[in-house]
Write a protein that binds this ligand. Structure first.
Ligand code: HEM
Length: 910
């Protein structure tokens, strides 16, 4: 054909034509081959150092993830002279590791990995030896029950030991890292050696602790540098420590293998090592066999190293998340309780525990313990997403970028179990859940690890609740990982509080035995059905210092009974819960509103004004007068009370209660004593004024009523010993002290909840506008304000301001729920456990006014609303009947209607 064409064109033209054509073809070929050899983009490297200054070696995965945002999902970075291709994002990592599994399936044997295993074993090996060891290991471990019921049984047995170990800490903070590693290692040991070790066995401890240290050291910056410049090794401390660990590890595991060798019986294989040795014997004489001592030793070492730290670290993260998010922990425990009860959890339960399963998956996702998997290399030249990657190039599958991929996860950086739940709460698998990596090098122990994590986690949560140590809040628990080859949580001394003791249990505070009552049913049963037996007050040394057994709060016997009865009837006479007190509260509201308005909508601390308003209502009833908020005596009285309540709960005063002789050496005790003396003096003066102006025909207040009663009794020569000055002084101090802090704090919580949930605040204001309009709110409006009423109750429930009530004591020997409790035993009615009781409240830990509303939006009373405690010692105001009046509010400020209403609740406190 070409000859035919040439025949028609002159020779000179045809030569030019040939030259041009060949040139074009050549040009195209060169362009194409340049294009097809195009390297992935990436930051410009410096000679010799590469991109070392553009990445943070202390958090390499994160800084590579950041670079991927600029350079795309396939990019090149240079660590020193070494070029590394990074794969980022779920789609890219999956495309490489799964769709092009062969090309991306080799292991990068860095200098440190070579030092570890000399290319034997599985983790850091390639080629036929790796293939044979991986195949053999997978099938042998499966024969020995990996992912099946035999290993389930082993794990369950180990759960028992682990729980026993946790129990020994009796709820005190401890570092659970090692213990969990021992348990996980023992499961592997059962498969590999056919035996488990005691947790105290120095051999087990040495193997596990060394492996953990090795994994940490391998990820340090100095070892990354060693991998670039191996000649530096002997000068690097971490490298020397790693080499020593390797030698010691080889010696320890070598000894165990030798023992098994010496007792080998090929007909009854006890474990993985036996099967390997038998296979080796069978292949004797074959010069090309992979079944030699090095492969045995390094495979065993690999499985321990790869399986122990990873699994234990994951369980540790799960527990840390539970301590940090207690409402999620509660839900897991609730689900376990409903589905499994108290029997042992089994793998087959998993399908019926969707929330628990979601929590485990989400913990593993967010923990992201193997952020860059283990480096791979390309097994041949490959064109990937248009880029040319040469055979032997190091490849990092960036698992961080998969587990935190913004196009895959709704809220990648937050702990959100809903990532794994559908709308009906059923568990859903997510493709981008890849903590075990994928493809040819996918984690070999995945099925065992998943079984370990599920059974250890659920068994632990059946027996314990995990909390931060005393003095640390959930918010303060730190989720920043310790960066090594894996990302581990920082040891934070979590407490494993045993759940096994049930609703009546005893604990010791120093030498003092205390019985705790937990849950609505138990607290009610004790305080209401056994009111007399559980109705005494525990008078601790500090309570005795406060009142010397007089007054109401910290008194017992006839004196307490008479003072409580007298206070109750007198306060009622003075209009507590009636129109009279409604008017007093309304008057005080005006002052409080005036105070708030002074700030003209700017941020301010509302504490003091609220406490002053609350105290003034009490003062009106007790002393017949109110104080200006700027009055220094009044301020001192209120502030002192608040400080005393704070100080009485401090650790040093708790210690004083155990060892009272320490008092004079404790600053808080001395401050408290001064507060008491100053308070006595201030209130004493007010009482003295009232005494001096007393007119028996005109009773102005509670103090007057007491003094008149005293006079009458003295005149009629009736034994009046209970109506003495001490009882007057301390009863007044008690009413003042008990009402001020509690009511003030409740009010503050209400306001805070309104600010936090503006839509609820709006609903309250809408209802008030609809029902009351601009006129004054009155107590009788309450029945027409169901939502507002529900919001107030719910605020009080969630605020839980008196979490342990005040300690009680048994007034006589009592047998309760089958337990004998001696007369005089201190009893704590745990109101937290009532107000947050999972079997009473639909969502105990969230602010949910529907707890107090029926389907039609009507207000409903809830029995478990025991914010004022119950029984003989219930808050003094609680015994009054339903409110007969409701306070009103000035029309100017609708946001203040809420505090006004709460002001009434306060009456029921006192
Ligand atoms: C939560 C626990 C675990 C996690 C998150 C985990 C994760 C991983 C990851 C990311 C890899 C690297 C995959 C890659 O290179 O692409 C890996 C490899 C490996 N894992 Fe695991 N692993 C866990 C538990 C275990 C257990 C229990 C064992 C032992 C029974 C084990 C044995 C191995 C081995 C031998 C390899 C190397 C596979 C190979 O190179 O062919 N892992 N694992």
């Amino acid at each position: 054909m070409i000859q035919y064409i040439f025949r028609f064109i002159p020779a000179s033209v045809s030569l030019v034509w040939v030259i041009v054509s060949v040139s074009v073809l050549l040009f195209l070929y060169v362009q194409l081959s340049v294009l097809s050899r195009r390297e992935p983009p990436g930051p410009r490297p410096l000679p010799l150092l590469g991109n070392l200054f553009q990445v943070d070696l202390k958090r390499l995965d994160q800084s590579l993830f950041d670079l991927s945002k600029k350079y795309g999902p396939v990019f090149l970075v240079s660590f020193g002279p070494k070029k590394v291709v990074v794969l980022a994002g779920y789609r890219t990592v999956k495309q490489a590791l799964v769709n092009q599994a062969n090309e991306f399936g080799n292991r990068e044997v860095t200098p440190i990995f070579y030092d570890f295993n000399k290319e034997h074993g599985i983790l850091f090996a390639n080629g036929d030896s790796w293939k044979e060891m991986r195949r053999f290991t997978l099938s042998t471990l499966r024969d020995f029950g990996m992912g099946k019921s035999i290993s389930e049984q082993r794990i369950i047995e180990e759960c028992g030991w682990l729980i026993e170990e946790f129990d020994q800490f009796q709820g005190k903070p401890f570092d659970d890292t090692h213990t969990i590693s021992y348990a996980v290692s023992n499961v592997l040991s059962g498969l590999m050696f056919g035996k488990r070790f005691e947790y105290r066995d120095p051999l087990l401890q040495a193997i596990v602790n060394r492996d953990n240290e090795t994994i940490y050291l391998t990820g340090t910056a100095s070892i990354l540098i060693y991998n670039m410049f191996p000649w530096m090794g002997p000068w690097l401390k971490n490298w020397k420590a790693l080499m020593k660990n390797m030698e010691d590890g080889k010696a320890d595991l070598g000894k165990i293998i030798t023992e098994l060798k010496d007792t080998l019986d090929s007909d009854t294989c006890r474990c993985f090592v036996d099967v390997f040795l038998t296979q080796k014997q069978n292949l004797k004489g074959n010069n090309h066999t992979h079944y030699h001592d090095d492969n045995l030793l390094y495979t065993v070492m690999n499985l321990f190293a790869a399986g122990t730290d990873t699994t234990a670290t994951t369980i540790n993260w799960c527990l840390l998340f539970m301590a940090k998010y207690p409402h999620i922990q509660e839900r897991v425990q609730e689900e376990l309780n409903q589905v499994v009860g108290s029997r042992q959890v089994r793998i087959e339960d998993r399908k019926n525990l969707p929330f628990t399963d979601a929590v485990i998956h989400e913990s593993q996702r967010l923990a992201n313990i193997a952020p860059m998997a283990i480096p791979h290399t390309t097994s041949k030249d490959v064109i990937f997403q248009g880029y040319f990657i040469k055979k032997g190039t190091t490849v990092l599958p960036l698992l961080t970028s998969v587990l935190y991929d913004e196009s895959e996860w709704e809220s990648p950086r937050t702990f959100n179990p809903s990532h794994f739940l559908d709308k009906e709460g059923k568990f859903i698998k997510r493709d981008a859940f890849m903590p075990f990596s994928a493809g040819r090098r996918v984690c070999l122990g995945e099925s065992l690890a998943r079984m370990d994590i599920f059974l250890f986690f659920t068994s632990l949560l059946q027996h314990f609740s995990f909390t931060p140590p005393a003095g640390i809040s959930e918010d303060e628990l730190d989720l920043t990982p310790v960066v090594g080859f894996t990302l581990a949580p920082q040891p934070q001394g979590l407490c494993a509080l045993s759940k096994k003791y049930g609703p009546v249990f005893q604990i010791y505070f120093g030498p003092k035995k205390v019985v705790v009552l937990a849950g609505y049913r138990t607290v009610k049963q004790a305080l209401v059905n056994h009111a007399v037996e559980f109705g005494n007050r525990e008078v601790t040394p500090i309570f005795y210092d406060f009142n010397k057994g007089h007054g109401i709060l910290f008194a017992n016997g006839d004196s307490w009974r008479e003072m409580r009865r007298f206070s109750l009837t007198t306060l009622k006479d003075f209009g507590m819960g009636k129109r009279l007190s409604e008017e007093k509260i309304i008057e005080e509201c005006y002052y409080l509103i005036e105070e708030f308005e002074r700030f003209k909508g700017k941020p301010f601390i509302n504490s003091q004004a609220i406490h002053y308003a609350v105290s003034n209502v009490m003062s009106a009833v007790t002393f017949g007068k109110r104080f200006e908020y700027t009055d220094p005596v009044f301020q001192a009285m209120v502030d002192r009370d608040n400080e005393s309540i704070h100080l009485a709960g401090t650790a040093s005063v708790m210690i004083y209660n155990l060892l009272p002789w320490l008092g004079p050496y404790l600053k808080n005790w001395r401050d408290l004593m001064k507060n008491i003396e100053d308070g006595k003096s201030d209130i004493g003066k007010i009482i003295a004024d009232l005494k001096n102006t007393l007119d028996p025909n005109l009773c102005r207040c509670f103090v007057d009523a007491f003094l008149i009663r005293k006079q009458n009794l003295e005149e009629s020569k009736i034994n009046s010993s209970l109506y003495n000055d001490n009882n007057l002084l301390y009863s007044v101090m008690n009413l003042f002290g008990a009402g001020n802090d509690t009511t003030g704090n409740t009010l503050k919580w209400c306001l805070l909840y309104m600010a936090k949930h503006p839509c609820v605040q709006e609903q309250v204001q809408d209802e008030l506008k609809r029902v009351v309009g601009s006129r004054q709110v009155r107590v009788e409006d309450r029945k027409n304000l169901p939502f507002t009423d529900a919001v107030i109750h719910e605020s009080q429930r969630l605020a839980n301001i008196g979490p342990m009530a005040l300690p009680h004591a048994t007034s006589q020997d009592v047998t309760f729920q089958g337990y004998f409790i001696k007369k005089g035993t201190t009893v704590i009615p745990l109101l937290t456990s009532v107000l947050y009781d999972e079997s009473e409240w639909e969502s105990p830990y969230s602010f949910n006014p529907s707890h107090f509303l029926d389907k039609e939006g009507k207000f409903i009373k809830r029995d478990a609303f025991l914010a004022f405690s119950a029984g003989r010692r219930a808050c003094l105001g609680k015994v009054w009947p339903e409110w007969s009046s409701f306070c009103s509010s000035p029309p100017c400020s609708s946001t203040l209607l809420l505090p006004l209403r709460l002001e009434f609740q306060r009456m029921s406190w006192i």
